[in-house]
Design a protein around this ligand. Structure first.
Ligand code: PRX
Length: 630
């Protein structure tokens, strides 16, 4: 493993090389992969288009870099270990060879349904190995997968199905989550009422009753029954689309972030091996859902490209009790454990009794992702889970970056509580002031940009390239703008301060305030609404909605409940506002712009310094809002 960083000086050396000679640097890393045809040129780019291409004219299939690459050497090593929601249900282990045959069988099944290269396939599935098999089978035949988190509502699913013009949906009958059994297929049926999806393949998980539409819906076990366990991989261009993943932005409509094949492959494996310092034989566990980018890059692609054993967990941290994570760590002797601050904070609240019951001595590395981790949670994680011997890798990245951008390299570069610390090789960060001037030197704070391409970066937003340009490449000329605020301290370490745009991060789930407002506004009694985030002890941020309503024939309480249900129905339970305040008006400027700064201050209860309110159309509305604060 020549691409592995082993020492701090090795990191510094690699980092310098990656900046001084990026093409040579990435060509060396990419050379360790299997290409059917090597690339002609490493990189061609401009951020104005934007137009970024890596490994131009390289031909490959990402799954050949998992299967053909490893079958003869580590074919019998566990690729996926699966732990069911119910601790009494047997787990499953698929070796690289078994996974390969399952992927081939399902790839053939997809082909037999007329799905091929370039077709879009939505995956709306629970956390079962078949979800990973589905992703890899798509990649095998060159179909483009778009995984939609199975907690999204039928409306949210329908939007995504229609936006990418999906030809097929892969789903399940139901989903076990903690003590609950959740309908999945019926959500798909509703979403498909207004779509032209030709094929639905249903994995049987809960054995619940579902409706199957003749000629459209098929059971997974039926479609694979007679398929061959070999399936030749489709030859893909380096820049062919690998997947689309929808994410929220500051406007109401989620956007389809497009990732392509070659660069994503190179970066996901490289970052996985280095950040987590994975060694052969280790058991690595990331608790994310495959519906998010973390699940794509660090449950499926990164680990499998590295020949690692990746653990997949169907359940939730608190079922059957709050010791579940630690029971699973003990059961499988997990070595690297990667989770979200919201889960850490939630478990912190239960104390340490449930932790002390389990042997966590296998742990070598702890990871954090999705939102800023506060110092208190960092120390708790370090002391009670890591027993003061496991480095914490606080990994900062985004759906758009495809892979980890800023993070300690476990055990090699220093950690600092609440800091994502240093950029990985190849990542050229830049802090800018509001005018876009670069702030050089240490002890500075501003907006985080990236000034040079990296292999796994977003290529476009599906079907709307201009949106990609406007969102990421127009705020500051010649730079990718992350939407995050950041501080570089006196030692040159980076601390992410959170979003500076109208995006909120609730339990590590990213949401546009406009998206939630649109859902609230669907209620017939709602006249106007404004949504902001506020600090929440467990979720990081909670959702606070200010709503102007027509209260005729309604009480406030029942209207508030109806609005919450409306949001749950339109987006999904994760977007349900924590607090709804019915207000007589919103603080608007004379030009009609809502002053969210004021609404944020009220939601946070920092009422002493409201700033200048004299430019408001009706300054008195602020006092009324303060009086009615929830
Ligand atoms: O605000 C940052 C926050 O999550 C955003 C990206 O969200 P998403 O695309 O859903 O991807 C989440 C998983 C990679 C970022 O803009 N974020 C992510 N990781 C961190 C973080 N904030 C602080 N520290 C982190 N480690």
């Amino acid at each position: 493993m020549s691409d592995r960083i082993h020492t701090l000086s090795g990191y510094l050396h690699e980092y310098q090389k990656s900046v001084a000679q990026p093409e040579e640097f990435w060509a060396r890393i990419a050379d360790s992969f299997h290409w059917r045809k090597r690339w002609d040129k490493v990189l061609k780019w401009n951020f104005d288009g934007p137009d970024v291409k890596w490994f131009l004219n390289g031909k490959l299939n990402i799954t050949e870099n998992i299967f053909e690459r490893y079958l003869f050497t580590i074919g019998d090593r566990p690729a996926i270990i699966w732990e069911a929601n119910d601790p009494n249900e047997a787990g499953r282990t698929l070796t690289y060879r078994e996974l390969y045959h399952e992927v081939c069988r399902f790839a053939n099944a997809l082909k037999s349904k007329g799905i091929g290269k370039g077709d879009k396939v939505i995956i709306y599935m629970p956390m079962v190995p078949e979800a990973a098999i589905a992703m890899l089978a798509c990649a095998r035949i060159g179909a483009v997968h778009s995984v939609v988190f199975a907690g999204f509502s039928s409306n949210a699913l329908a939007d995504r199905v229609n936006d990418c013009e999906a030809k097929a949906i892969l789903t399940s009958d139901g989903n076990f989550r903690g003590a609950k059994k959740i309908d999945v297929k019926s959500v798909v049926d509703q979403a498909l009422e207004k779509s032209s999806v030709e094929t639905v393949i249903v994995y049987q998980r809960t054995n619940q009753e579902v409706t199957m539409v003749e000629g459209r819906d098929y059971w997974w076990h039926d479609v694979v029954a007679n398929e061959s366990s070999e399936s030749p991989a489709e030859e893909m261009d380096s820049e062919d689309m690998l997947f689309i993943l929808y994410t929220s932005g500051s406007t109401g409509k989620p956007k389809g972030v497009v990732h392509t094949t070659g660069g994503y492959m190179v970066y996901s494996k490289y970052s996985f091996e280095n950040v987590f310092q994975y060694s052969p034989g280790d058991v690595y566990w990331c608790t994310a859902d495959i519906g998010w980018i973390t699940g794509h890059s660090y449950i499926v692609y990164g680990p499998l490209l590295a020949g690692a054993t990746t653990l997949m967990f169907e359940g939730v941290p608190t079922f059957p009790d709050c010791g579940r994570f630690w029971a699973v760590v003990e059961k499988y002797k997990v070595n690297q454990f990667y989770t979200a601050p919201t889960a850490i904070r939630a478990l912190q609240a239960y104390g340490t009794t449930e932790i002390e019951k389990y042997d966590l001595s296998s742990l070598k590395v702890l990871g954090s992702v999705g939102e800023p981790i506060n110092e208190e949670a960092w120390h708790w994680y370090h002391t009670h889970i890591g027993k003061n011997k496991c480095p914490i890798v606080d990994t900062w990245w985004q759906t758009e970056t495809g892979g980890i951008m800023v993070s300690p390299i476990a055990g090699i570069t220093p950690t600092k509580p609440a800091y994502a610390t240093l950029p990985l090789p190849g990542v050229q960060l830049c802090i800018v002031d509001p005018e876009g001037n670069e702030l050089t030197g240490n002890s500075v704070e501003g907006n985080l940009c990236i000034k040079f391409p990296w292999p796994s970066m977003i290529r476009t937003t599906y079907g709307d390239h201009d949106r990609c340009k406007q969102t990421y490449f127009s705020t500051y000329k010649g730079m990718y703008f992350t939407g995050d605020g950041v501080k570089r301290d006196h030692d040159g370490y980076y601390r992410i301060l959170g979003r500076v745009d109208d995006v909120i991060n609730v339990s590590g789930h990213r949401m546009g305030t406009a998206e939630v407002e649109n859902a609230i506004n669907e209620h017939p009694k709602v006249i106007e609404s404004a949504v902001v985030g506020y600090p929440h002890d467990v979720k990081g941020q909670g959702i606070y909605a200010y709503v102007i309503c027509d209260l005729t024939n309604r009480t406030e309480d029942n209207l508030i409940n109806e609005i919450k249900e409306m949001v749950s129905k339109i987006i999904g339970p994760i977007a349900k506002p924590d607090k709804i305040q019915i207000v007589p008006g919103l603080p608007k400027t004379r030009s009609g712009k809502i002053m969210r700064r004021i609404l944020r201050k009220v939601a946070e209860n920092s009422l002493d310094n409201m700033g200048d309110t004299s430019t408001l159309l009706d300054p008195d509305v602020v006092n009324k809002i303060i009086e009615g604060r929830q």
